[in-house]
Design a protein around this ligand. Structure first.
Ligand code: ADP
Ligand code: ZN
Length: 211
């Protein structure tokens, strides 16, 4: 969990690689739904482009469907979910059904200046969702994704006014639910300021292998 632009998604992907488990990214799944152009996609797009949370029933159904696939049995990383108290309660229910538990809740903290710079230079692959940065994570060929050859685009909701709203939503709805997990003793904080290369070794120390 972390505010927009904190480096949450980058860290989630690295954790997924470390443990060889799927990374389930709520924002990517919602963006996928939007790109399909269905009626539901249009509804989702309206909320996302305003920086508002997409309604819980839609997001919860999307994540639950993903969590009913067989590849999550060996574990998974959730990125961008839960984002409010309702979603946290829904996750508790789903975990019970899967007979699974939360091993770690990783929070990411970064300075406002870092975040602002990151968001304005951020580009994402329109096909696979890979994240680039015009200065720090430069693609080999300008405007093209290294991993899948897709076109790199700027997210509609990375515009300044919308980012401001996404922050507010984080502070008001997401930040407060971190406390739910703090009593379990599995809360870990990682800096959002690290260089990409430094992240794996920091995470190794933070997250010991599960038993
Ligand atoms: P960031 O974490 O940088 O804000 P994300 O890609 O995680 O970026 O989220 C982008 C947008 O997708 C959010 O502003 C929101 O509209 C929507 N979204 C993502 N996850 C959720 C969620 N769990 N519940 C509701 N809306 C979500
Ligand atoms: Zn790609």
């Amino acid at each position: 969990m972390g505010p927009p632009g904190s480096g949450k998604g980058t860290r989630a992907r690295i954790i997924g690689k470390m443990f060889d488990v799927p990374v389930i990214t709520a924002g990517d799944m919602l963006r996928d739904a939007v790109s399909k152009g269905t009626e539901l996609g249009l509804v989702i797009k309206r909320y996302m482009n305003l920086g508002e949370l997409v309604p819980d029933d839609i997001v919860i159904a999307t994540v639950e469907e993903r969590l009913s696939m067989p590849d999550v049995e060996k574990g998974f990383v959730l990125d961008g979910f839960p984002r409010n108290i309702n979603q946290a309660i829904a996750l508790d229910r789903t975990l019970k059904r899967l007979d699974a538990k939360v091993d770690y809740v990783v929070t990411v903290a970064a300075r406002p200046e870092t975040i602002a710079a990151r968001v304005s230079f951020r580009r994402i692959c329109s096909k696979c969702g890979a994240v680039y940065h015009l200065k720090d994570i430069v693609p080999k060929v300008e405007g093209i994704c290294d991993e899948c050859g897709g076109t790199l685009i700027q997210r509609e909701d990375d515009k300044e006014e919308i980012i401001r709203r996404r922050f507010e939503v984080y502070e008001m709805q997401t930040f407060p639910i971190i406390e739910r997990y703090s009593t379990v003793g599995n809360l870990r904080e990682i800096s959002g300021e690290l260089e990409i290369e430094e992240i794996p070794s920091v995470l190794e120390k933070l997250l010991s292998p599960r038993d």
